[in-house]
Design a protein around this ligand. Structure first.
Ligand SMILES: NC(=O)c1ccc[n+]([C@@H]2O[C@H](COP(=O)([O-])OP(=O)(O)OC[C@H]3O[C@@H](n4cnc5c(N)ncnc54)[C@H](O)[C@@H]3O)[C@@H](O)[C@H]2O)c1
Length: 377
């Protein structure tokens, strides 16, 4: 494990839990070593989560021959360098999203893992919430018919204060050099990954971005510096299947903490989902008898619904953390079959292409092709 922040915790929890709930898996994670930059903090993290050894330099971690897999849970500016070195060291790689800051970095990362032939996955974890996986099953079964519209939002409100600094611990997301972009790479990347998984390739985009607070003090330099990230981004697009997409993300929507929602409207049926009520999928089917036709609120907790036979009893919900446990389980299962758990680095590169086209479109004030084609795994 590299990184001991928010994602270091969610992933460590997943490694600790997975074998309890997926006992049939042939492989079990062993928490061999964790690396963060501070010796005190890394020791405390290792004790809390059960890692056997600690490192403060990720290169030393990669040199260890008692490690088979590396999990990259560090800020975005480190993903490419660590992942490429890990692939060269022959380690399997689980990398946090977004894959990279830039498309160029992403291409180099895909090349490195494919050249090394190492199993790899990127943590677009929302795919593995049972209600979202059920949405995928309904779309793939053709229940919606031809799809006309895909709509997604990811709304937050934590950066409205103009006195909030940028950069450094806890605030690297505000610094374009560390993050690569603002809400586009941080939040819309999730929406784009889910969208292309559910509804296929996004062909072209037209975007607008805004940076509401233009200068902020940088925590590392102590100087007031221009803000390089997008605070908000709205784009519309064409999917390859002919449907239209509409996406919005901001960190300036007062009252919203992590409101990720999507809705899909098809010829026969519509579905919608909301992260704040993550066990539910809403479904409207026009083919229902007209007197009882209406939106159904499906509580996705029954044993025949995705992943739910692994958990408690029907009717009892699960949480955010379970999406990570499911991704570890699928990754371990993939080791048995020789198939990397999607999204792989190559799949995540497709999301990166859309993010790049979105940023380029906003900068140029014109439509941009994404270059994404065919099925996105
Ligand atoms: N899948 C998701 O839903 C999701 C959610 C949050 C964050 N993320 C992604 O996870 C990554 C980490 O985000 P976070 O919220 O956990 O950040 P964080 O700031 O909470 O934690 C980052 C950790 O990385 C460590 N670190 C930084 N540079 C390092 C280095 N050179 N060597 C070793 N350790 C280093 C820090 O000490 C800290 O422990 C980012 O890429 C982010 O985009 C994904």
């Amino acid at each position: 494990m590299i990184g001991g922040g928010f994602m270091g915790r969610t992933h460590s929890n997943a490694y600790n839990q997975v074998s309890h709930f997926f006992p049939e898996l042939a492989y079990r994670p062993v928490l061999q070593a964790v690396c963060t930059r501070s010796a005190d903090k890394v020791r405390a993290f290792a004790d809390q989560w059960g890692y056997q050894a600690t490192e403060t330099d990720w290169r030393a971690l990669l040199r260890r021959d008692d490690i088979d897999a590396v999990d990259i849970c560090t800020p975005n500016d480190t993903h490419a360098e660590i992942a490429i070195a890990a692939a060269e060291a022959g380690k399997m790689i689980l990398c946090e999203k977004p894959l990279s800051r830039t498309l160029a970095e992403g291409h180099r990362m895909v090349e490195a893992v494919e050249r090394a032939g190492v199993p790899n996955t990127v943590w677009y974890n929302y795919r593995r919430l049972p209600a979202v996986t059920l949405a995928k099953q309904l779309v793939d079964a053709g229940k919606l018919g031809r799809i006309y519209h895909y709509r997604a939002n990811f709304l937050q409100d934590w950066t409205i204060n103009a006195d909030l600094p940028q950069g450094g611990t806890g605030l690297w997301r505000m610094d374009v050099d560390a993050a690569g972009s603002g809400v586009t790479g941080d939040l819309l990347a999730h929406c784009i990954d889910t969208a292309m998984w559910l509804n296929g390739a996004i062909r072209d985009v037209s975007a607008v971005t805004e940076t509401f607070v233009k200068e902020r003090m940088h925590q590392l330099t102590g100087k007031v510096q221009p803000v390089g990230i997008d605070d908000a981004c709205i784009f519309h697009c064409h999917f390859e299947n002919g449907s239209l997409g509409l996406f919005e993300s901001t960190r300036y929507a007062r009252g919203h903490k992590a409101l990720y929602t999507f809705e899909i409207n098809g010829e026969h049926a519509s579905i919608r989902w909301d992260l704040h009520d993550l066990n539910r999928l809403e479904y409207f089917d026009h083919r229902d008898e007209s007197v009882v036709r209406g939106w159904r609120s499906i509580h996705v907790t029954d044993g025949d619904q995705p992943y739910m036979n692994k958990w408690w009893v029907p009717g009892l919900g699960i949480g955010y953390e379970h999406s990570f446990i499911h991704q570890v389980a699928d990754f371990l299962k993939g080791l048995e079959t020789g198939q990397s758990a999607a999204p792989t680095f190559r799949d995540a590169l497709q999301t990166q292409k859309v993010c790049q086209a979105v940023l380029d479109s906003a900068a140029a004030r014109s439509w941009k092709d994404t270059g994404v084609e065919g099925k996105v795994g």
